[in-house]
Ligand binder design. Structure first.
Ligand SMILES: *Cc1c(COP(=O)(O)O)cnc(C)c1O
Length: 378
């Protein structure tokens, strides 16, 4: 069977497993034989290797990306009732993590060019909420689609006020800005290792990254019932652990991360080259950093028609995300929204389309995607 004549998937975690099958099976066998299945040598080794890869002091493995953000907030001193500023143009998980920490999400619009937190609006939101009962304690920028947010400008705003910054790096493993990896600029950062992310496990997983040793220790304690010493809870904690099997798999995948990100960039370059004369808005590349294309997202006024056309031809696309957080049934009217409104976010939601993007797309599949899009517009 010729796979290229078949469906082109938006993401393909199985292809990633198959590409590294021998190595992954050896890693799993090692865990099975070692007999320690939770928080053992593999987790410790992965934490060290991932922190070293990023150029950060510490990584603490937890159960998911959502937990990584939640525990990073709590370990940074964000208390129930505190305000946390983030964007509505993100995975709901970003906002769910803020709520899980007991804090109040405050949603600010994105810069339409970068589709990430807009520093001037952040500044205005801080002024607006500075006059309310909500005490804004933290800012949570999201490196959406693998494109770094404008961290230098954001940190310029937050540093003047001594705010906590938690980076949402669930889509930006290995992306760089201003000379460093995303995840190494804030007070702490949260990574997800969900099977479709750039650094994928074969199940759930997450990591908190920080240079602050005391903060890392607090996350280590929080992830296991607030223990410092086994069976003695010093603080109120939870159960949020990365298991040995996932850590062993992640150690394999970490070795391939740069190469796979490079392949994503090649595919993105091909898309951008072949689509540039069509009536589409294409992703922009940061001039002081690198994009790791967790998603390659185009904008079109005819998004829904284009999507149906591609779908009928076996090219499966997704929308990240079709409903901004403040318009979701669970959050509508219940979250704080910056007085500037979320116009860019709402406009993007109606125009964005994520083309197939993963490192195992073939040349022929990429070619099919661009040809079908060109056909749609002729
Ligand atoms: C995937 C994702 C998360 C949550 O990660 P999980 O591991 O699924 O909990 C958070 N934020 C963003 C932007 C994500 O894409």
């Amino acid at each position: 069977m010729n796979a290229d004549s078949q469906v082109v998937l938006p993401a393909d975690p199985r292809a990633g497993y198959c590409a590294h099958e021998q190595e992954i099976r050896r890693a799993i066998d090692r865990v099975l034989a070692a007999g320690n299945y939770i928080l053992g040598a593999e987790v410790a080794a992965f934490e060290e290797e991932f922190a070293a890869y990023l150029g950060a002091g510490h990584c603490v493995g937890v159960a998911s990306g959502t937990d990584a953000l939640r525990l990073a907030l709590t370990a940074s001193g964000v208390l129930p009732g505190d305000g946390v500023i983030t964007v509505a143009h993100t995975a709901v998980a970003t906002v769910a993590a803020i709520e899980a920490a007991g804090a109040a999400p405050i949603l600010v619009d994105v810069d339409p060019a970068t589709q990430t937190l807009e520093p001037d609006r952040l500044e205005d939101a801080l002024a607006e909420f500075g006059e309310t009962a909500i005490q804004v304690k933290a800012v949570l920028p999201v490196h959406l689609y693998g494109r770094p947010a404008d961290l230098p400008a954001i940190l310029d705003v937050t540093a003047r006020r001594g705010l906590v910054v938690i980076e949402d790096c669930a889509q930006s493993h290995g992306a760089r800005i201003a000379g460093g990896c995303t995840g190494t600029f804030g007070t702490a950062s949260g990574f997800s290792f969900y099977p479709t992310k750039n650094l994928p496990a074969l199940g759930d997983g997450g990591g908190v990254v920080t240079d602050n040793e005391a903060l890392a220790e607090r996350v280590r304690s929080l992830r296991e019932y607030g223990w410092k010493q086994r069976y003695v809870s010093e603080i109120s904690g939870t159960n949020s652990r990365l298991d040995e099997m996932q850590a062993a798999i992640l150690r394999v995948r970490l070795k391939w991360l740069d190469g796979e990100n490079e392949r994503r960039r090649e595919i993105a370059a091909c898309y951008s080259d072949r689509l540039r004369n069509l009536p589409l808005v294409l992703p922009s590349i940061p001039d002081n950093g690198s994009h790791v294309y967790h998603q390659y997202v185009v904008q079109s006024e005819r998004r829904d028609d284009l999507r149906a056309f591609l779908n009928a031809r076996g090219i499966k696309t997704l929308i990240h995300y079709p409903v901004p957080v403040h318009l979701q049934p669970a959050y509508r009217g219940k979250v704080c929204v910056h007085r500037g409104g979320l116009g860019h976010t709402e406009r993007l939601a109606s125009r964005i389309l994520s083309l197939p993007m993963h490192p195992f797309l073939t040349e022929i599949q990429v070619e099919r995607v661009v040809e079908e899009i060109a056909t749609f517009f002729t």
